[in-house]
Design a protein around this ligand. Structure first.
Ligand SMILES: C[S@@+](CC[C@H](N)C(=O)[O-])C[C@H]1O[C@@H](n2cnc3c(N)ncnc32)[C@H](O)[C@@H]1O
Length: 342
């Protein structure tokens, strides 16, 4: 099939839209302390959008448990460069390397730096980039990583296992800064009360465990809409600690530079803050709007479109997938095709 024909049929998979929850499950692990392998979300939809072909080069910017990388490598005689900032996935990556010799390359680092990471391997142009944003099940379910409010662990939340931890922020940041983080990245309406309670608690003793923070938040928020009251606080801290929104913006700008004409950019997001960034980027780069993020370069947008939208609306997980993998319930997949414009 020609690339043009392929591009036109991207996103044709039709799935019954699922009833969505207002906020992702972020920080919600299964609570039984079992570490599950990550089940890739919307795997078939990702393949339908990417249309892997022999000889092509793809970037899997969020390797995780390697579900997307493996599916791409199995679907065509292609090459995959996989990136993850979490050093703990190295063992899984080594297995893929052995299974697909000469076709799978593993790079530790941030997907926001993908141009530099690939340039170090002599790669300056690729045919497809996929990003499956957020944390993996292994990260959430490992209590020692400190992502979950359901399993007690150190208050950490660093995907890369380096840099500032959640405990550093909770114990050292100003009350006002904590409130701003909870409001901006968690859309937490009670951000000020929670920040006050955190500062009050840490005056007595440092907050070092996920269960301590979750209890403080629960006492302030109370239970109402079925979500654990600490969901938003944990989401906010995780996004802040890992600069998740900044990374996403840098990755989109990098993808614009790295993709060959007719290359596909597929992004799966799990909450509205991320999806808004992707949606606005695609709109501005496809000429739908002149706006976009203030962090992204605007010169290209002001001229010719650099992306074509296969579909304006995001693709959602099917009810069947949500039934078998509840973590798919808030996923949104967006796809755009790189245009010819420089
Ligand atoms: C949802 S999981 C990906 C799962 C994967 N698609 C699979 O099928 O197994 C997200 C992964 O992206 C990684 N990640 C998140 N932000 C990143 C970033 N800025 N740079 C590199 N990796 C990142 C996380 O460490 C995690 O392993």
């Amino acid at each position: 099939m020609s690339k043009d024909k392929k591009a036109r049929s991207v996103g044709r998979a039709s799935h019954e839209p699922a009833k969505r929850r207002p906020m992702e499950f972020l920080g919600e692990n299964s609570g039984d302390n079992k570490i599950r392998s990550h089940i890739p979300v919307m795997l078939q939809e990702m393949l339908d959008a990417m249309k892997p072909d022999d000889g092509e080069i793809y970037v899997d910017g969020t390797f995780g448990a390697g579900g997307y990388s493996k599916a791409l490598l199995e679907a065509a005689h292609c090459t995959v460069y996989a990136i993850d900032r979490d050093p703990n996935v190295a063992t899984l990556a080594e297995k893929l390397k052995a299974a697909f010799p000469g076709r799978f390359f593993w790079l530790t680092g941030n997907f926001g730096d993908m141009c530099d990471l690939l340039a170090a391997h002599g790669v300056t142009e690729v045919n497809g980039i996929v990003l499956d944003i957020g944390v993996s099940s292994m990260q959430l379910d490992t209590a020692a990583r400190g992502f979950s409010f359901k399993a007690d662990g150190p208050l950490d939340m660093r995907m890369s296992a380096s840099g500032e931890s959640a405990a550093d922020i909770v114990n050292n940041a100003d009350e006002e800064d904590i409130a701003d983080i909870l409001y901006q990245y968690g859309e937490e309406r009670k951000s000020r009360q929670i920040a006050r309670a955190i500062v009050h608690a840490r005056d007595a003793k440092p907050i070092t465990r996920t269960s301590e923070l979750a209890d403080i938040v629960r006492r302030v928020v109370g239970t109402k809409d079925g979500l654990d009251p600490s969901t938003r606080t944990f989401q906010a801290l995780r996004i802040k600690i890992n600069d998740e929104l900044g990374e996403l913006e840098r990755a989109l700008a990098s993808a614009e530079r790295l993709l060959a004409p007719r290359g596909r950019l597929v992004v799966v997001t799990f909450h509205s803050l991320e999806d808004r960034i992707v949606k606005q980027f695609f709109q501005s780069r496809s000429g739908e709007t002149r706006g976009g993020s203030r962090h992204l370069p605007t010169t290209a947008a002001a001229r010719l479109p650099t992306f074509l939208l296969a579909k304006k609306k995001p693709i959602l997980s099917s009810l069947a997938e949500i039934h078998s993998n509840p973590r798919a319930r808030s996923a949104k997949l967006r796809v755009a095709i790189r245009a010819e414009a420089a």
